[in-house]
Design a protein. Structure first.
Length: 596
């Protein structure tokens, strides 16, 4: 109730301030000031919209112009099985005034197979091979073709062509002729075409490209915040000019990063804003002239509406303004009534939120209690193996245990150490899952193969205990999840089924899928679980005892199923263990794809 009183007090203060302001001035003055205030607010809003909306609109326009060709380019790159991307990169960047590089998964620019586009030509008459730089990508070359060349030495490795004649067509690369400088005239055969597989060498030193790769590689730009259905994109203002930056996958371990410079919209916005200033000033003058006439039409209903507003300020939301003399008062009455309804709804919402907060507090209290119980139980469970190890080692040191028995006792100590280690690892995994900062290692994997692996791994156990196995596992069912954690879940379910299934009984394993979900189901026949045990089976250190059957023989850590429940909760999966006719069914249903 105290929170409601505070809200009522604030509402009352606001309404009193409004009424005091209205009583202090005439209606015409109120109207003029109100309209000027509205237009001033609209003017400020327009400036904000010009700086935000126009920039966004211009960005979207630039995006639409380049994106269709970019998608063709990305598809062409991904469909290239030879990994010679030079031509595709050259054509796209030339036609769209863009920069594009191929990087590794760590966003490091990959080195090209060559740093220049060149050809090796063999002159039979001289028995000499020349490496010739090709200044333009417009001409393609084929090994074995004949060329006529005018060459000049470029450096110790390459020659530059002054002109090149192929198929009777001469291409001039320089205005300098052989009469002006010393050059080589040769007729030669192409023996090798050396074209870089990437265009990275051309753009790797570009300031825009370097800036954006640095931002992405160092998480200064979070790609997850700029995801769309084709990959990632955002507008960057960090470089010397604004740019649209696109990030798309190339195969399984590379990325295509494309940077498209765009014009700064500040000058355009300045012109639009200056024009709007004249429009708004003119509108304010016209409204000022008409406001005096309009003021007389709205003065009479104000007092009645004021009375209603005072009732609302006193938290009486059952009143209603009914002034309908003209369009303005009708609108004002509707607004006052809307305020009353919204305030009433707000108070109702606060009541509901208080109930939700109380429920959340109770849940958190239960979680804290469960964590304390878990720590206490782990401490208790560790005392026994520690005491066994201490007594055994002390007995060996004191000579109480004979030498022939020491090996057996040390084996027992080792078993206790292994059990304690498993318990501690399970406990650490539980706390990692509970930590909001810990991210699961999500990847796509074949769940069918994983289940088949565990079935095969326990094959000898099934046979030695005469357990009949019925499999209904779909082929190549893939999910996106944490591979190691899901393996732990399946292993735990299968291990428990083997432990508690009597000899000559059946274990049924089913794995099926639909469009969105994958369902795993395991039924072990010949046994049921007590209903009290079913209610507590997911609690840490709660063990279901079945003395008549323990195929695997070893006693669990006591937190296996609790860990399973935490893993499945982290994957937002539905799960359960329940009695099923003459058996027990363990199951979980998980999404095929992780939500982004």
């Amino acid at each position: 109730m105290n929170s409601f009183k505070k809200i009522g007090s604030k509402i009352s203060t606001v309404f009193k301030a409004i009424f005091k302001t209205f009583r202090a001035r005439s209606i015409s003055t109120q109207l003029i000031l109100t309209i000027i205030l509205i237009f001033a607010s609209f003017f400020v809003l327009q400036i904000i919209l010009n700086s935000q909306f126009f920039n966004k609109y211009y960005t979207e326009k630039q995006f639409d112009e380049v994106h269709s060709e970019l998608m063709i380019y990305v598809d062409e790159m991904n469909s290239n099985t030879t990994e010679n991307y030079y031509d595709a990169m050259f054509n796209f960047t030339s036609n769209n005034n863009a920069y594009s590089v191929v990087t590794s998964k760590e966003f490091r620019i990959l080195e090209s197979s060559y740093t220049n586009y060149s050809i090796d030509v063999y002159v039979a008459s001289e028995d000499t091979t020349y490496s010739v730089l090709i200044p333009s990508n417009q001409i393609s070359f084929t090994v074995g073709s004949e060329l006529s060349l005018k060459l000049v030495e470029y450096n110790q490795l390459y020659y530059a062509p002054l002109s090149l004649t192929k198929d009777g067509i001469e291409t001039i690369y320089s205005d300098v002729s052989c009469s002006d400088i010393e050059c080589i005239r040769v007729d030669a055969e192409i023996t090798k075409v050396n074209k870089p597989n990437y265009l990275n060498f051309l753009f790797e030193d570009n300031t825009l490209v370097q800036t954006e790769i640095n931002n992405i590689a160092n998480d200064l730009v979070s790609l997850e915040d700029h995801t769309y259905e084709k990959g990632h994109w955002y507008r960057s203002t960090d470089g010397p000019v604004d740019a649209l930056v696109f990030v798309h996958k190339l195969g399984d371990w590379k990325y295509i990063i494309t940077v498209v410079p765009v014009e700064n919209t500040s000058d355009i916005i300045g012109i639009v804003s200056a024009y709007n200033n004249y429009v708004y000033l003119t509108a304010i003058v016209i409204i000022f002239l008409w406001s005096f006439r309009l003021s007389t039409m709205i003065s009479k209903p104000i007092k009645n509406i004021e009375l209603v507003a005072k009732e609302i300020a006193s938290l009486n939301f059952n009143v209603e303004a009914t002034e309908n003399n003209n369009k303005e008062t009708t609108s004002l009455s509707s607004s006052i009534n809307l305020i009353a309804r919204n305030l009433k709804n707000t108070l109702d919402t606060l009541n509901n939120k208080n109930s939700e907060l109380t429920s959340l507090y109770d849940d958190q209290t239960k979680q804290v209690s469960l964590k304390k119980q878990l720590v206490s139980s782990i401490s208790h469970e560790l005392k026994t193996p520690l005491m066994i190890m201490q007594v055994t080692i002390q007995g060996i040191l004191d000579g109480i245990i004979d030498e022939e028995d020491q090996k057996v006792e040390l084996v027992n100590v080792l078993e206790e150490i292994n059990k304690s280690s498993i318990m501690i690892q399970d406990m650490l995994q539980i706390y990692r899952l509970d930590d909001a900062n810990t991210k699961m290692d999500i990847s796509e994997f074949n769940l069918s193969d994983t289940v088949q692996f565990f079935i095969k791994d326990f094959d000898n156990v099934f046979k030695s205990n005469n357990l009949n196995l019925e499999l209904n596992i779909g082929e190549s069912i893939f999910v996106e999840a944490d591979f190691k954690l899901i393996k732990r879940v399946i292993s735990n379910f299968i291990t428990n089924a083997i432990k508690y299934t009597p000899n000559n009984e059946k274990i049924s394993v089913t794995l099926k899928e639909n469009d969105d979900f994958v369902c795993f189901e395991l039924i072990n026949y010949g046994i049921n679980i007590n209903e009290i045990d079913l209610q507590n089976i997911w609690m840490p250190f709660y063990r279901v005892e079945h003395t008549e059957k323990r195929v695997l023989g070893s006693k669990g850590s006591g937190i296996g199923l609790y860990l399973v429940s935490e893993i499945l909760k982290a994957h937002e999966a539905e799960y359960g263990i329940e009695n099923f006719e003459n058996g027990v069914k363990a199951h979980f249903t998980i999404k095929k794809r992780v939500d982004l």
